[in-house]
Write a protein that binds this ligand. Sequence first.
Ligand SMILES: C[S@@+](CC[C@H](N)C(=O)[O-])C[C@H]1O[C@@H](n2cnc3c(N)ncnc32)[C@H](O)[C@@H]1O
Length: 264
Amino acid sequence: MMEQDLVAGGYDAVYAAVPNSPTLRRIWHELAEGADFPEEFSHISFTTLPELKRIASELHVNPGDTLVDLGCGMAGPGLWMARATQAHLIGVDVSQVATGHAAARAAQLGLGEQARFVVGSYADTGIEAGMADGAMSEDALQYGPSKEATMAEVARILRPGGRFVFTAYELDPERAVGLPILGADIVDDYRPALEKAGFGVTIYEQVSGWPEPMTATYSAVVEAKDALTQEMGERATNALLLEMALTLENKPYRRRVLAAATKE
Ligand SMILES: C[S@@+](CC[C@H](N)C(=O)[O-])C[C@H]1O[C@@H](n2cnc3c(N)ncnc32)[C@H](O)[C@@H]1O
């Protein structure tokens, strides 16, 4: 629980400040999202538009279905998916500030009736068993203190035949050891946890182009420290830069992978 409080506190500070920073937005759009990414669905992951389209085609959700987004943050990718598939979205995140922003954004986009957000963890979403037709997650699962507990919870909330499609970072066992949060449960392959939870894995592959977007984006953010501190304040900038500097220096991630699995 301590690790989770640390994650929630850090992300609360970041999400409270992110909307105040045009510099961060510019860097993220240019180097992480790509020029074709619709700005109204902006995020703080490395999700691109082609990737969202691929995830949509692998999720197999239909209009009126229920789709869960784990570690939804401000829910850019989740809301894009809700609009594209006409599914009902339930976004889950430990950060209360993130879910607050996500709900406000859903309303602004005219998706307020189609989306709701809950403060919860991967291992304890509070969602009723078997009620989800699909689940997604963008660059968030690596923070989970137990990947097995995460996959067991996703299996619990999905109906049989439901799909779980996600991107996440595999951790490098030698480099992630001893690190805060990432070192809590070092998993270099998500497939054993998926299979143990009762999923059949249909896609598991490294995302092409990795790791250039992350290296370029994080380096640009670290270099923009002064502008970011002015726009976001010291606490949020430090929380953001700490993770990015640590990632650039320690290289705790082995690969960024895209996975798709079916609950059997
Ligand atoms: C890199 S952000 C990605 C957010 C979002 N998916 C996006 O594309 O912008 C990772 C998110 O995971 C959330 N998170 C981390 N650990 C979590 C946990 N154990 N349970 C739920 N959410 C968690 C963080 O609060 C954060 O919003």
